[in-house]
Design a protein around this ligand. Structure first.
Ligand code: PHE
Length: 370
């Protein structure tokens, strides 16, 4: 049992009996002892919480110093002033010690917080992410530049078309079997989402009102009742080309398309034409380009043929020329139409069409700065 216990008991007893029984020597020892302990405990308190425990232990309602003060009343009358003053100055010393220590702990906590939250102002800032052009947009811009170089303009036609423009004016009468391959979404009985950019030939010609030469490309979205897989999409893009003038020949088609293919896929690109059929061209051809992956040597992409099918083309059918407001006795022309998505895929070696529509940044950011 420590002195303090004695004091409490003594005080309690004294209080009840109203008798002073503590010898002044004991009191002095107790004050000295308390002073030693409290200053050590204040020093050792590492946190504000611990420091508060010390305060309560000594200065609280039932604290040791509080008890000492009460015990002063139990001393002989003549000794009370001396001890009262001692206890009070000890109290003040404790209060000062606590205040100083808590100030120190406060500063220490703040220092630590500042050190923990320090910002390295020399680190580079967070740059906002800057987008880049979609590969289809990039491809189209390159294509447009190449055709600008050959004197073409860009005619943007419409995506919602009439059956008349999309089919009939292009020699695809109702019931024509070639319509089956181009089923689409009908908006009304007579309007639909265009299945190809070819109706742009008619609209573009009509806008030219007979002036020559007619020389434009029609880039844009087209729609078909197709699945969505590695090589099909119900929405894709085409680039149509149309030239109408006097003395336009099949040679012009070949030369023009070769110029485009070399500009877009590279200067060593070859093209070849195979006979084909389209109701709106006569004669018609499929244009192949030498494989952009193996450069014509034969690989998986070109099924070891060295060639890739790219475009439909041909000499514009006389009836189509007439539907555009021109006289097929006076002028001739050629037209072609190819898939823009496919062209972009072949140019950059993309093997799945879907990545062009899924907006996955892991794919799209690969075209930054290209
Ligand atoms: N419109 C045809 C298609 O979508 C392509 C084409 C255009 C063929 C112009 C010949 C001339 O398949």
């Amino acid at each position: 049992m420590d002195y303090l216990g004695d004091i409490s008991i003594a005080h309690a007893k004294g209080g009840r009996r109203g008798k002073a029984v503590i010898p002044s020597e004991t009191m002095r020892d107790q004050i000295d002892d308390l002073q030693r302990r409290v200053s050590k405990e204040i020093e050792e308190a590492g946190t504000l919480a611990e420091l508060d425990e010390v305060r309560i232990k000594y200065l609280g309602k039932k604290g040791e110093l509080t008890n000492l003060l009460k015990a002063v009343g139990s001393l002989p009358k003549e000794e009370r002033p001396e001890f009262g003053a001692k206890v009070n100055s000890l109290r003040e010393a404790i209060e000062t010690g606590l205040r100083e220590k808590s100030g120190y702990l406060d500063r220490k906590a703040l220092d630590e917080k500042v050190r923990r939250e320090v910002a390295d102002v020399t680190l580079p800032g967070n740059l906002p992410e800057i987008g880049s052009l979609h590969p289809i947009t990039k491809a189209l811009r390159e294509i447009v530049q190449i055709f600008y170089g050959m004197g073409f303009t860009v005619y943007e036609s419409r995506e919602a078309e009439t059956d008349e423009m999309n089919f009939v004016k292009l020699n695809l009468a109702p019931g024509h079997p070639a319509r089956d391959a181009q089923d689409t979404l009908y908006l009304t009985d007579t309007t639909l989402l265009r299945t190809h950019t070819s109706p742009g030939q008619i609209r573009g010609m009509l806008e030219m009102e007979g002036r020559l030469p007619v020389r434009f490309i029609v880039p844009g979205r087209v729609y078909r009742r197709d699945p969505f897989d590695a090589s099909h999409s119900p929405v894709f893009h085409q680039v149509e080309g149309l030239v109408i003038d006097r003395h336009i020949t099949f040679e012009d088609l070949k030369g023009c398309f070769l110029e485009f293919a070399r500009g877009f896929f590279g200067p060593d690109t070859q093209i070849r034409l195979r006979p084909s059929y389209f109701p709106f061209t006569e004669p018609s051809a499929e244009i192949d380009v030498s494989c952009t992956i193996c450069r014509g040597r034969g690989c998986q992409v070109c099924s070891r043929t060295g060639w890739l099918e790219l475009s439909g083309a041909g000499m514009v059918h006389p009836r189509v020329i007439r539907n555009g407001g021109y006289d097929p006795e006076e002028v001739t022309g050629f037209a072609f139409g190819f898939g823009l998505d496919r062209a972009a895929m072949l140019k950059w070696g993309i093997d799945d069409l879907r990545v062009l529509f899924e907006n996955d940044l892991r794919f799209l950011t690969q075209f930054e700065g290209l």
